[in-house]
Structures are given as structure tokens and as C-alpha cells.
Design a protein around this ligand. Structure first.
Ligand code: SF4
Length: 348
């Protein structure tokens, strides 16, 4: 197995059999994580980039079976932030040292292209030195182009699972793996820095599915890769399913770091939700980004994609301070930087 880890570290690739063996045991985790940490330090040193997350709407027209804000959840209390509230989040974030704002929301029909372009242009006008990331789901190529021309430069859209049959078991009819992939390629073609990723331990997922996810990412070559354990939500059809495993998620973060040395990989809030030190352990397994919440505290609990989400009670400044201490204790440092991906030779 040590040979497999070395092969992965040296060639950024491994056979399906090698990956399957590596993902199926915890025996080599220590070695795997230390190779991943070495690789991350070689490219990014001990820097941890922060992204200020603004969850600006929890309305969504979709009905993904695993999601707490799916349109079919009658128990969800819905909200939308106004343009002024979004800009106030950015102002507070900028003051705290954030140089990336991530506007995340459900696929809210209220958010016309004109509204999104207006918000993006206003942020761009005030914060020329910041990256603007959108995470608002599947759109047409024309819409993506309009947001880009308004000033957005990054887009996050997890593919969730690259296997069409598995995708159909997690999503309602009308959504497809093919369209999700089409969106990701459109975004790349337009010139966005693109982020994708998947849930670990979602219902019906097999190790083969996870290997397909890695192969899809090798094909897509995204700049950012976000993965997190699946966490069940009581108001969804998957209410009875178990949460994904912390250990397997960490193993996959390490594999991703070795396959994609230059990628920006967040230690996600979902990791911190399944274990009190989940984000710290994510950093030590190769992650180099954290995404604290800049949304107003009054709406934090309402953006409930999954159960027991952490950091819903603290103001942005408290979150920033808490994360700073956690990141330092894990052996890294938060930096005030736009945090673009390093891309030697155009590769990630
Ligand atoms: S996962 Fe995204 S698209 Fe699906 S229901 Fe939730 S917010 Fe909407």
C-alpha cells in the first residue's frame, strides 16, 4: 500500500484497484495524510485561505432528496436577503480581512439574471481587489456569461455524484447528471475558476461511485474541490439514512490533494458538524481553505441544508476569531489574500 501512496504522490494517479484498496481501510491513513500535508505545504506553505460565505436565499425550485431546503419541505422557514443586506455582509467581511465573497443560494426564481448581475456589479464596484464567487446552481450558458461579464470570477457547483444512475436516486426527475456536467464545462469555457465536488456517504453510494467522482474530476480539472460527509436532514425522504463517515472524507481529501496538488480544497462546515475537530483534521489531511459565514445571524439557522449545522449563532467577527485560533492550533495560518489557485504550466 505504501507503494500505492507513493505512486499517487509521484504520478498524481492510481489504478481503480489501488484507489479502492486505499479507500477501504484506515490502516494507512497516517502515511496518506502526511504525504498529503507535505504536498500541500510544498505548493501553498501553511497558508489557509478564507472565503466569506453569504447565504442569501433559501428558496429553491428544486427538490433534491437529500436537501433540507428542497421545495417540498413545508417545514422550512424561507428568507431572502435584500441587496442592501448582501452589501452590508460584504462590508463587514472586507473589514475582517475577507477578499473572497461567496454568494450562495438555492435556485430561487426571484433571482433573475438582472438581479444577480446587479448585485455582482455592485460588489465589484466597491471591492475591486476581491474575488466574487457564485454558487446558485444550474443555469444556461448565457446566464453564466452575463454574471461573468458583470464581474463574477468563480463558480461553485458540486456535481454530487458523477454516476448517472446514482444521480437519479438522489434527485427528482427533471434533474440530470448530464446537465450538471454541461454546466461545469460551460463555466470553464466562459473563463470562471470552477469548483466542483461531491458528498461522501450519500445514500446508495458505493466505492465505485467515489472512484467515478475522482475520474470525473480528473477530466474536468476544477480549480476548487469541495467534499463533505453526507449529513441527513429530518425533513427529507432520506431522514432515516446514516451520516457519511469523517474518516472516509478525510481519506478522500488526502487523495484529492495528491491527485490535484494545486487545487483549493475547503475543510467544510459539514466536516466540523460531524466532529468537533473535523475542520482541523481536514486541514491536516490536505485542505487549505475555510469558509466562515458572513450571513446575518438571524437567518443562519434557516439555511439548513442538513441537521445540526455548526456556527449558526456567532457574529462574523466571532467566527473569524474562532477559526483563526483553530487554524493556528492545527499548524497553519489564515491569510488575508484573494487566494487564487497556483497553476504551474496551466495545470492544477
Ligand atoms: S441541493 Fe441545491 S438545488 Fe437541490 S434542493 Fe437543495 S438548494 Fe436546491
Amino acid at each position: 500500500m505504501l507503494t500505492d501512496i507513493e505512486t499517487l504522490a509521484n504520478t498524481r494517479n492510481l489504478t481503480d484497484d489501488g484507489l479502492k484498496a486505499l479507500l477501504s481501510t484506515d490502516e494507512y491513513d497516517g502515511t496518506l495524510f502526511s504525504y498529503a500535508d507535505r504536498k500541500r505545504r510544498a505548493v501553498y506553505g501553511d497558508a489557509v485561505y478564507i472565503r466569506g460565505l453569504i447565504e442569501f436565499t433559501n428558496y429553491c425550485k428544486n427538490n433534491c432528496l437529500y436537501c433540507g431546503i428542497r421545495c417540498g419541505n413545508q417545514n422550512a422557514v424561507r428568507y431572502r436577503l435584500t441587496d442592501e443586506e448582501i452589501l452590508a455582509c460584504c462590508a463587514e467581511g472586507y473589514r475582517l480581512g475577507f477578499r473572497t465573497f461567496v454568494l450562495q443560494g438555492g435556485e430561487d426564481p426571484y433571482d433573475t439574471d438582472a438581479r444577480i448581475c446587479g448585485i455582482v456589479a455592485a460588489i465589484r464596484e466597491h471591492y475591486a481587489d476581491c474575488a466574487i464567487t457564485l454558487s446558485i446552481g444550474e443555469k444556461s450558458k448565457e446566464s453564466y456569461r452575463a454574471y461573468f461579464e458583470a464581474g463574477a470570477n468563480r463558480y461553485l457547483l458540486r456535481h454530487e455524484t458523477a454516476d448517472s444512475a446514482h444521480y437519479r436516486r438522489l434527485h427528482p426527475a427533471g434533474m440530470s447528471c448530464e446537465n450538471r456536467k454541461r454546466c461545469l464545462y460551460d463555466l470553464k469555457e466562459i473563463g470562471y475558476q470552477v469548483g466542483s465536488g461531491f458528498m461522501v456517504g450519500s445514500p446508495y453510494q458505493t466505492t465505485e461511485n467515489l472512484i467515478s467522482d475522482l475520474r470525473f474530476l480528473q477530466e474536468l480539472q476544477p480549480d476548487m474541490i469541495g467534499i463533505g460527509p453526507y449529513i441527513t436532514h429530518p425533513d427529507t425522504p432520506f431522514a432515516g439514512y446514516e451520516n457519511g463517515s469523517l474518516e472516509l472524507t478525510l481519506r478522500l481529501i488526502a487523495v484529492l490533494r495528491l491527485m490535484f496538488p494545486y487545487a483549493l480544497i475547503p475543510a467544510t462546515t459539514a466536516l466540523g458538524t460531524v466532529h468537533p475537530k473535523g475542520r482541523e483534521r481536514g486541514l491536516q489531511a490536505g485542505a487549505n481553505v475555510v469558509m466562515p459565514n458572513l450571513s446575518p445571524v438571524r437567518v443562519r439557522k434557516l439555511y439548513s441544508l442538513y441537521e445540526n449545522k455548526i456556527c449558526t449563532g456567532e457574529e462574523a467577527a466571532q467566527c473569524r476569531g474562532c477559526l483563526e485560533r483553530r487554524v493556528r492550533a492545527a499548524g497553519y495560518q489564515i491569510v488575508t489574500d484573494i487566494g487564487n489557485p497556483v497553476r504551474p504550466g496551466g495545470e492544477i
